[in-house]
Design a protein around this ligand. Structure first.
Ligand code: ADP
Ligand code: MG
Length: 393
């Protein structure tokens, strides 16, 4: 363990009085915007679980009663999530409350318990053995992708079944173990229950009515030379719209970027689509946008101006851009993947086509990265899609 990490662990143990009575901190495994996560050994697992954890041999029907009762010497690891004290109590409560609701979903990392010391809250989760996405995204094969997404959609199906939006689906929040072909969702820090108010966004209106309700615009203009040129119109008089834009740039669905106020569980399916695009194109991160307008433009560069205008109208917005490089029709996802993997035929490799497996993956990708959230595939439907049905363990 690095010096700085060891110091950080020491500071944490000193400030959170009593934590090392029960847990032996081993390493720091995550450091995000909202928390620091440590790996630790639960020193009192047996005591608090009131049972002996049996290993396979001890559990077998041939084991003697004495053997069966012998406590396992296998250590029990946990992840200790130290939520930053700057997070609001409501936010912290929300995360713990949702995790509590999801405790019976076996693809959601369950909450074991939580502690508070002064203003510091920690959540204790079972440690889940997984591989870092950065280690395998470049060489994951299609059969492995089928398994990865089957596991992800099983998890999303159970979360969405409870009408909960995760809101931050991305590789670091889906801990995947390729050996077991199983992953768990973590990080419900931005998650929320699906809202019930269906009268603010135009997407809740019948299509004929939508066009008459347009009152917001999203602009993107070419950057003029010189300092301090704004890329947004100066005399904007329209009221700005407030909507939940939580999540991670690059994984946000168009309706999130367009500030739709009736976001539902389909926003997570778009984010899952971005993961699939990442794996197929072998580019991570795939999108690099600095802000929401940039993010919309990145999506425009794929789907084209026409599609983005239609998508904006769904949410009562007008999408305008004078940037000449965006075509009306955009590009096919097949072409994008061929470009990204150097198969366009110019200097790079000889193969200019996607193979059959990849073509099927792209068909599936179109269902996930569907700009109209009402047409986007759901987790339950995704599990019945041929791409997922062909997953073999
Ligand atoms: P944040 O809100 O700061 O993003 P997360 O809950 O996403 O916090 O955790 C951050 C990182 O810590 C994860 O990306 C993962 O690497 C690691 N982590 C979190 N929970 C676990 C767990 N139960 N088992 C193993 N690693 C975990
Ligand atoms: Mg996270």
């Amino acid at each position: 363990v690095e010096d700085s990490v060891a110091q950080d662990i020491l500071r944490f143990e000193e400030s959170f009085v009593g934590i090392n009575k029960r847990y032996r901190l081993i390493n720091r495994i995550g450091e995000g915007t909202f928390s620091t996560v440590y790996k630790a050994e639960d020193l009192e697992y047996e005591k608090y679980n009131n049972r002996w954890d049996l290993d396979e041999r001890e559990n077998s029907k041939w084991a003697s009663p004495a053997q069966r009762r012998r406590p396992s010497r296998r250590p029990h690891y946990v992840a200790i999530k130290k939520i930053y004290v700057t997070s609001s109590p409501i936010r912290i409560f929300n995360e713990l409350d949702l995790l509590h609701d999801l405790k019976n979903s076996d693809s959601v990392c369950p909450l074991i318990t939580a502690f508070r010391h002064l203003d510091q809250v920690v959540a204790i989760l079972p440690y889940f053995q997984h591989r870092d996405f950065r280690e395998y995204y470049r060489d994951m094969r299609i059969p492995e992708m089928r398994l990865y997404f089957k596991s992800l959609f099983l998890a999303l199906q159970s979360v969405h079944g409870k009408k909960i939006l995760h809101r931050d689906i991305k590789p670091t929040n889906f801990l995947y173990n390729p050996q077991q072909a199983r992953g768990v969702l973590v990080d419900f820090g931005l998650a929320e229950r699906q809202g019930t108010d269906w009268h603010q966004c135009a997407c809740a209106l019948p299509s004929e009515e939508r066009r008459y309700r347009i009152n917001h615009s999203v602009y993107a203009q070419t950057q003029q030379a010189g300092p301090q040129t704004s890329s947004y119109p100066k005399n904007e008089t329209r009221s700005s719209r407030r909507a939940n834009r939580a999540g991670t740039r690059g994984f946000r669905a168009p309706e999130v970027l367009l500030k739709c106020t009736q976001q539902n569980t389909s926003i997570d399916m778009w984010s899952a689509g971005v993961i699939l695009l990442t794996l197929l194109s072998r580019r991570f991160p795939f999108f690099h946008s600095a802000d929401d307008i940039d993010a919309l433009l990145e999506i425009t560069s794929i789907f084209g101006r026409k599609k983005m205008k239609e998508t904006a109208i769904l949410h009562g917005q007008v999408f305008e851009t004078n940037i000449p490089s965006y075509s009306d029709a955009g590009h096919s996802l097949e072409k994008i993947i061929l470009w990204c993997t150097g198969r366009t035929g110019d200097k790079a490799g000889p193969k200019k086509e996607l193979d059959e497996d990849e073509k099927e993956a792209v068909q599936f990708l179109y269902r996930l990265m569907e700009c109209d959230p009402t047409k986007r595939i759901t987790a339950a439907e995704a599990l019945r899609h041929p791409f997922i049905l062909k997953a073999v363990e």
